[in-house]
Design a protein. Structure first.
Length: 102
């Protein structure tokens, strides 16, 4: 028999100790009145977000939705943000009287 190893890797040399960093791995309970709401969009949420003025007011409504749902937004929230951006753009065009080409 050959004294050569058939291993495909070389062992790590010089490691004579290990450091245990995790003392306890017990889960920590999260205290909330309600659980996380992973449901779809609610009409009241969409209406409040669509009616909010662009900028700080819209961010405030978004934060309220996140807080009310337990820290998450409805799935595909980017679709709602695109819809709101389109509504805001149409309102801005309407307020400026529309742009007429010369």
């Amino acid at each position: 028999m050959s004294t050569l190893s058939t291993r495909a890797f070389a062992p790590i040399e010089g490691v004579g100790f290990y450091c245990r960093t995790m003392r306890s791995v017990a889960p920590v309970a999260v205290r909330r009145e309600h659980g996380v709401d992973l449901g779809g969009y609610y009409k009241s949420e969409l209406q409040a977000y669509a009616d909010a003025r662009p900028g700080e007011a819209a961010r405030h409504v978004r934060e309220q939705i996140v807080e009310r749902r337990g820290g998450v937004l409805p799935r595909n929230w980017t679709v709602v943000e695109c819809y709101k951006a389109n509504l805001d753009l149409m309102a801005e065009i309407r307020l400026n009287g529309g742009s007429k080409a010369p």
